[in-house]
Structure formats: C-alpha cells, structure tokens
Write a protein that binds this ligand. Structure first.
Ligand code: TXA
Ligand code: MG
Length: 319
C-alpha cells in the first residue's frame, strides 16, 4: 500500500496516483469514496471494475471549490448558488446539466452530472493537489455495506493501493441527492440534509419522487453478507439469542445475544453515524447469525435511516 495515513506526504502521493490515472480511497464526511480523475474515462473505468459496479449507475463528481463547478456544468441557475452557499462544503449532491468535458462513463451517458463539495479537509486537499475534479462512489463492492472507516474499505477492496485514513466519518450515511425542476427541488436520495432543511431556501417540487428517477437507486443495497431484518415482533427468543441488535432507544435489547447501541441520547444523527459501522461489526462477528435493526419514524433524518435499512433488508426478505 503506497499511502495509509493522511499526512501531506500521503496526500501528495495520492494526488500523483490520481494524476496518473489510478484509484485512491479517501474519507469524506459521509462515507469513504473510491476516487479517480473525473475527466479521464480510463481512470473512471477502473472504479467500475474494482467495485464490480454496473455501468448504468452514474458517479458523483467531487469538487474543492465553486470555480471548479463552472467547467463541469452547462447551466446552473441562481438556485444552485443559493444551495451551494447554504450547504457546501457538505453532504448535498446536486444533479445538474453537464458540460461536454464530463465523460459519458461518469454519468452513464446521462445529460446530467451529480456534483458535491465534501466537508472533509483531506478530501478537498486531495482534489486540490490532484488538480482535477474527482469522481467517486462509496468505496465498497457494489450493493454492499458502505465504508465509514479505512478498515471497512480494506475489507471490501483489498486491491486498492492507496487509502487515505481520516478516521471514522462524521456523518455516516451518503449525501442527500437532489435534482432541480422548474417547480423546485426533488430529493433523489435522502440523507442528513432533509427536505425540510432544503425548503428553508427553495421550494420542493410537489410532484411525486417516483416521477424523477435516479439510476442506481435500487431496491437492494447496503447489504450485509448475513441476514438483516428490521426488528419486528416475529423474532423468537431462540433467534434473538444468536442475533445482533442495532439498538437505538434501548427498549428492545432484552434477549439479544449481542447489542450495539447507536445512540446514548436518542439522537437520529448518531444512528446515521454508527449504523454502517454496526452492520460491519455484526457481519464480521462469527457468533452473530443474523442482524436486527430497530426501526425509527420515517420523518426528517429518519427517512434516510429507514431508506438504508429497507434496502439492506431487501434481499433477505425474498426467501
Ligand atoms: O456521500 C456520498 O454521496 C458518497 C461520497 C463518497 O461522496 N458517494 C456516493 O456515491 O454515495 P455512490 O456512487 O454510492 O452513489 C451515487 C448515486 C448513484 O447511484 C445515482 O443514484 C446518483 O448518485 N447519481 C449520480 N449521478 C447522477 C445523475 N446524473 N442523475 C441522477 N442520479 C445520479
Ligand atoms: Mg454507494
């Protein structure tokens, strides 16, 4: 491995790898990303290969400053500026009309590109030192649990030869993705920045989310290698005794073989920060036969949490 920490020397080494068309895993505030030069189609092809990601699933392009967006998008109205000023750097991705310099492989040949400025100094230092925007999906195998630590990246992508280690990420779930229509914004993927947060700046488009599609938003995602269920009362005492519970309120813990409490203060932000780490821990624990996760109300940040849990559960419901 050519870089493992996040010193300036590591960042310079990583930037050299990016400039030469290689791949670098790096921290953002949400999850770790697997990055390549967004303007180099061969480098970007390497991301799809390493992740075993289908080509119909477009990548988000990461920028370090607003000027970098100018070359990447062909049209950005004043609403983009308003939202950028309010939420960037931060966990918001805006899907915008792309310019001709963004290769088709980045956007799955869509006329749009997802752009975000991450709120992580290592990520932005890497983009600056590389001198190019960086296309990066989450640094996990396609469909599997997202990584919130460098160790999670190493577990799923042992072939990556540079991981900048910035410790555990501070948000824990992927960015909120929006697109803009004539009537307002539409949320394509929920995250820690909620619809209500965005509505303080621009109106939401009342049309149903089903009318606007984001490719790559599949029913199954974030999936552990062992059964995960959203907690319900059909679990027998015997099943509980060998199951791991991702616990939020603390009210459902009795009878479970193992428990990871994601919040000590009933804060949904803590659930977001710790949920993927808890899934990884139970996936790796040979004494845990299945994983149960405590549901929360689907409002505010709870929408983003339940979205992840439902997708993580999806494959295991089909039995
Ligand atoms: O927080 C995040 O967004 C993380 C970190 C690394 O920045 N990245 C991330 O990327 O979650 P990924 O590849 O796991 O998810 C990208 C998703 C795609 O699956 C797709 O649904 C949506 O973003 N997307 C990207 N470009 C799009 C476009 N042009 N139109 C519609 N949806 C797009
Ligand atoms: Mg992902």
């Amino acid at each position: 491995m050519r870089c493992t920490g996040a010193t300036q020397h590591d960042i310079d080494t990583a930037a050299g790898i990016i400039r030469r068309g290689g791949l670098v895993a790096f921290p953002t505030e949400t999850v770790y990303g697997l990055g390549a030069n967004a303007l180099d189609p061969r480098a970007v092809a390497g991301i799809f290969e390493m992740k075993e990601r289908p080509s119909f699933d477009p990548l988000i392009v990461h920028i370090a400053d607003l000027r970098q967006m100018d070359g990447l998008v062909s049209a950005a109205d004043e609403r983009v500026e308003v939202l950028a000023r309010a939420f960037w750097p931060g966990p918001l991705t805006m899907v915008l009309e792309k310019s001709g310099i963004v290769p088709g492989i980045v956007t799955s040949d869509l006329p749009t590109v997802g752009i975000r400025m991450p709120d992580n100094h290592i990520a932005r230092a890497l983009i600056e030192a590389s001198g190019c925007p960086i296309a990066a999906p989450s640094a996990n195998k396609f469909g599997r649990i997202s990584p919130t630590t460098a160790a999670h990246v190493k577990k799923q992508l042992p072939g990556v030869d540079c991981i900048l280690d910035g410790g555990k990420t501070t948000v824990g779930i992927e960015s909120t993705i929006i697109t803009l229509t004539d009537r307002g914004f539409v949320v394509l993927r929920s995250g820690i920045i909620t619809r209500e947060d965005l509505e303080k700046y621009i109106p939401s488009d009342p049309q149903s989310i089903a009318d606007v599609q984001a490719p790559g938003m599949l029913k199954s995602h974030y999936s552990p290698r062992k059964k995960l269920l959203i907690l319900n009362d059909t679990l027998s005492e015997k099943e509980k005794s060998t199951a791991g519970l991702i616990s939020f309120t603390g009210e459902a813990e009795r009878g479970f073989g193992k428990v990871i409490r994601v919040s000590q203060r009933n804060d949904l932000k803590d659930y977001a920060v710790n949920m993927f780490e808890a899934m990884h821990a139970f996936e790796d624990d040979d004494e845990v036969m299945m994983i149960a996760a405590e549901p929360v109300a689907e409002a505010g940040i709870g929408r983003a949490i339940m979205d992840r849990l439902k997708k993580a559960e999806y494959d295991w419901r089909q039995e």
